[in-house]
Design a protein. Structure first.
Length: 124
């Protein structure tokens, strides 16, 4: 994916119209660079899942702008394979809620208060 095809519509903006928060579920190198380029001073970048074995972004701008990187990783290959097998057997069910970009702030409030059960996915 290149930045010409990426859609950058931050939900939480500072007064300079830069993102206070960027949540990346792709892990694509161009998306990581784009996400950091739109972050404000003290902005937070959240990587969901494992993006590979390295991230190639300049360090000084992150430090000088006091930007924060949050990473998350769940399980390893064997764990995920086991979960997928249990899902195939119908032993694990999931809940998926799809919402529009215009509902992002309400959904973030629900997430903060524990009101989202399962997975919520924004479609825009």
């Amino acid at each position: 994916m290149d930045s010409g095809h990426a859609v950058a519509r931050p939900a939480i903006l500072d007064n300079g119209n830069l993102a206070l928060l960027s949540v990346d579920c792709t892990g694509a190198e161009e998306m990581i660079k784009l996400a950091f380029s739109v972050l404000s001073i003290s902005g937070h970048y959240v990587d969901v899942g494992l993006v590979g074995d390295r991230i190639d972004i300049p360090l000084f701008p992150r430090v000088s702008r006091e930007q924060v990187f949050h990473g998350s990783f769940w399980g390893n290959y064997n764990d995920i394979s086991e979960v997928m097998a249990l899902m195939d057997e119908g032993k694990i069910r999931h809940t998926l809620k799809v919402f529009g970009f215009d509902q992002i702030n309400e959904q973030l409030d629900l997430l903060r208060t524990g009101g989202i059960v399962g997975r919520a996915v924004m479609k825009f």
